[in-house]
Design a binder for this molecule. Structure first.
Ligand SMILES: [Zn+2]
Length: 275
């Protein structure tokens, strides 16, 4: 018996000590199993990418991993330079936003990102189609161009519907007054890859949207702008930028001097814009 216990707990040779050790280990496991999930749940940071990539490699992402092939072979890639968009009577966009606790701010090596889980209560409604917010993140400079020009930054809010279809909302950023929502995020952004746990801070994605004119936008079919460059994303590019301060732009630029994918060919796609 003594042999067996020492095998289990390594270095534990007295039988009574071994029993005590095993009993306490057992009860710890039991207590862990009985506690509600949220008390023991600590989200671990996991990079969303199996194969690392850089923005310098953007012209050949498709060769880095077979999973990234679309980055080079896709015909409906993002971002694009938006010019001469066709006027159309586009559907109104309705944003339903909630103040919820900011739990983690992630630095995933390519951007600063805030993830949202199902049930978060933040939605984008396009007629009767309901998309739920999955995450938002930032680019410096903007990825999308308007008439050949980028903005200093842009925010991408990514949404997914029950049928798994993905919608992206681009909000351009221009220098101006400080943005309190951005400030709360910047105060917790990790300098290196990983995530920072946050307590006692509430944010709403509404703080990253223009206060008005959300129904003035460009629309086109494109892709996610990082590997694996998945297509089928409906992009809503809001015409009205939001302001953040130059200091806030600089703080992000210090971490990410350039996290923008180069422009992609239109390949005959039609970009529409609200009338
Ligand atoms: Zn993005």
């Amino acid at each position: 018996m003594g042999e067996k216990y020492s095998f289990f707990v390594g270095g534990c040779t007295l039988r009574s000590w071994c029993l005590l050790f095993l009993l306490s280990a057992g009860s710890a496991i039991l207590v862990g199993a009985l506690l509600p999930a949220q008390d023991t749940q600590q989200e671990q940071y996991v990079s969303p990418w199996k194969t690392a990539w850089t923005y310098e490699q953007a012209s050949y992402w498709g060769t880095l991993d077979p999973q990234y092939a679309l980055c080079n072979t896709g015909k409906e890639q993002s971002p694009i330079d938006i010019r001469n968009a066709q006027k159309a009577s586009l559907l109104p966009l309705t944003f339903e936003s909630q103040n919820t606790p900011l739990r983690y701010v992630t630095n995933n090596r390519y951007t600063i990102r805030v993830n949202y889980h199902p049930g978060n209560g933040n939605f984008l409604l396009v007629r009767d189609k309901r998309y739920q917010l999955t995450q938002f993140h930032f680019h410096h400079p903007s990825e999308e161009y308007i008439d050949g020009k980028p903005y200093p930054m842009e925010i991408h809010l990514m949404y997914q519907a029950a049928d798994k279809s993905v919608a992206g909302v681009t909000v351009f950023v221009q220098p101006g007054s400080g943005n309190p929502t951005v400030q709360k995020i910047w105060e917790h952004m990790p300098k290196n890859e990983g995530q920072e746990a946050v307590t006692g801070v509430q944010i709403s994605p509404a703080g990253l949207l223009p206060a008005e004119h959300v129904n003035s936008y460009y629309m086109y079919m494109g892709s996610v702008t990082a590997p694996p460059c998945t297509e089928g994303v409906i992009w809503f590019v809001l015409k009205q930028p939001v302001e953040i301060s130059s200091e806030q732009i600089d703080a992000f630029a210090k971490l990410y001097p350039n996290d923008a994918r180069p422009l992609q060919p239109l390949n005959g796609r039609v970009v529409k814009q609200s009338e």
